[in-house]
Design a protein around this ligand. Structure first.
Ligand code: MV4
Length: 494
């Protein structure tokens, strides 16, 4: 069944390749766009056709709505897949596609717009019977109203931007005396970041878990969930490790939360793939936001359900009904994803772009690697630092952890610093192994001490090797050194 003849992927890196893989399996021709800096990138080589979209800065290329739609029309594409980031949740872009007769692979622009307002979506969910966090109903009118609400829900409270996301502008208030300043700070940041100073107040939960449900909804009224993901290990609101299913999920809790996720999707008149995010705290869960895009971590849900989410996105966008009902969807095993970023975890995660001097990717049983990099590739500084997603599936969670450890020990990326040593440390951390994670896991004392030691050892090994690499020693010495390095890592006794 051919859903489209030709489709444009308005993205770059690993997610562009991921979407192209689904298209290739469905015999849909692919059109890539690339900025001047991405001329030789893997996603350009993988596509059937490729067009230069503009200069390196995203505003001139991957965010250039009109240029992208123009390329889609000129190249004869019926549809555009936005990936994640860039224009994926931009209602104006989705509307422009629709107005120009091009199918936007995602929900309607109206749904994207509605979910973009945290206050509006929260109100919608509350009316749909979805648990929301205690706090103000709508926008704060003035500090005095906020003070009354804060007194009623109790401190600590959090000030959030309605037009916000990703935690930008959030102000945590632990004492009444800080409230007014926090509101003004939150409004100022919201205004400058989103052009909308609207803020609201909620009860703040100190160490919650971030649990989310994958949703698939067709255009004929069928809405299903593809189970849960735990995404608590984050840094500055950027997820680093995700797993499916959530390690503390019970049948009863899943029954309740999935019911809320489906209700949220129906209330939002949702179609295509989406994610309902909840905060979980001591047996209670609360709606946080609905993401109207394919998520980075869709991979682990594909691993445990065997369902190709991108192919289903394309089918839904082409008007096809879902080929399965909720009772057809079962999960098997456990999957973990580690985001490999070109950042230095020992230097406050500062970005470390540059040329990849030695590259050897992991593989074998239960391993999936989605990446946009290769030997000799130069990681640009101007885009997101994530260069690969390393996923491991196991018959159960312990096996998934064992496999992830093995894959990390096989993965060699030299020439740039990466988060691989951090992930090695997490996979060996007792609290993680016991499933005891929350949104401030990385800041916890128990983690940072052992992790630092772990990462320093790892860094030292890479450094010695890295130095030889940087001094341009002949390939033989490099290969011998890499083999020693890998052998050394594989045999380490923990
Ligand atoms: C919260 C919260 C605790 N209490 N809201 C909202 C945006 C999302 N990316 C993070 N958000 C949170 N909202 C209430 N009422 C905790 C988070 C949160 C978080 C907050 C601060 C630092 C890191 C965090 C990681 C995940 C979730």
């Amino acid at each position: 069944m051919k859903y489209f003849d030709k489709l444009l992927i308005a993205n770059r890196g690993e997610i562009a390749i991921r979407v192209m893989r689904a298209c290739r399996e469905l015999r849909i021709e692919t059109v890539a766009i690339y900025s001047t800096l991405d001329k030789n990138a893997l996603h350009v080589q993988y596509a059937d056709e490729a067009f230069h979209v503009g200069e390196a800065p995203p505003s001139k290329s991957y965010l250039n709505k009109e240029r992208i739609v123009d390329i889609a029309k000129k190249s004869g594409c019926e549809a555009i897949h936005p990936g994640y980031g860039f224009l994926a949740e931009n209602a104006k872009f989705a509307k422009l596609c629709t107005d120009e007769g091009i199918i936007f692979v995602g929900p309607s622009w109206k749904t994207i717009e509605a979910m973009g307002s945290k206050i509006g979506s929260k109100k919608m969910m509350k009316e749909a019977g979805v648990p929301v966090m205690p706090g103000t109903e709508g926008a704060i009118q003035n500090e005095y109203e906020a003070e009354k609400v804060a007194d009623s829900v109790g401190y600590p409270v959090i000030i959030k931007a309605s037009a916000g996301g990703g935690g930008i502008g959030m102000q945590i208030v632990r004492d009444k005396s800080e409230l007014f300043n926090a509101i003004n700070a939150g409004m100022r940041i919201a205004e400058s970041a989103f052009g909308d100073s609207t803020v609201f107040v909620e009860k703040y939960f100190d160490k919650p878990r971030h649990i989310e449900f994958q949703i698939l909804a067709d255009e004929h009224g069928s809405t299903v969930h593809l189970y849960d993901r735990e995404c608590s290990i984050q840094r500055r609101h950027q997820k680093l490790v995700e797993e499916a299913p959530c390690p503390i999920m019970t049948d009863e809790l899943r029954e309740r939360m999935s019911g809320s996720a489906i209700a949220a999707a129906r209330a939002a008149d949702y179609t295509n793939a989406g994610t309902v995010e909840f905060l979980y705290n001591n047996g209670e869960y609360y709606f946080m936001e609905m993401n109207t895009r394919l998520q980075v971590e869709h991979t682990i849900t594909e691993f445990i359900t065997g369902i190709d989410i991108v192919k289903n996105q394309l089918a839904i966008a082409a008007g096809e009904p879902l080929q399965f009902s909720q009772s057809d969807i079962n999960i098997r095993g456990h999957a973990i994803e580690c985001r490999i970023n070109a950042e230095d975890p020992l230097n406050n995660f500062s970005a470390d772009p540059g040329k990849i001097l030695k590259y050897r990717s992991p593989g074998g049983p239960g391993i999936r690697l989605d990446s946009g990099i290769h030997m000799g590739y130069t990681i640009p500084a101007v885009y997101d630092s994530m260069i690969a997603k390393l996923c491991a599936w196991g018959y159960n969670r312990p096996e998934a952890i064992d496999r992830m450890r093995r894959a990390i020990s096989e993965y060699v990326i030299l020439g740039v610093k990466t988060t691989l040593p951090l992930h090695a440390a997490i996979m060996h951390n007792q609290h993680f192994i016991e499933g005891d994670t929350h949104t401030h896991f990385l800041q916890e004392e128990h983690f940072s001490k052992t992790a630092q030691r772990y990462m320093r050892e790892e860094e030292a090994r890479i450094q010695t090797l890295g130095l030889s690499l940087r001094h341009g020693k002949e390939v033989a010495a490099i290969t011998a050194a890499v083999n020693t390095y890998i052998a050394g890592r594989g045999s380490r006794k923990d």
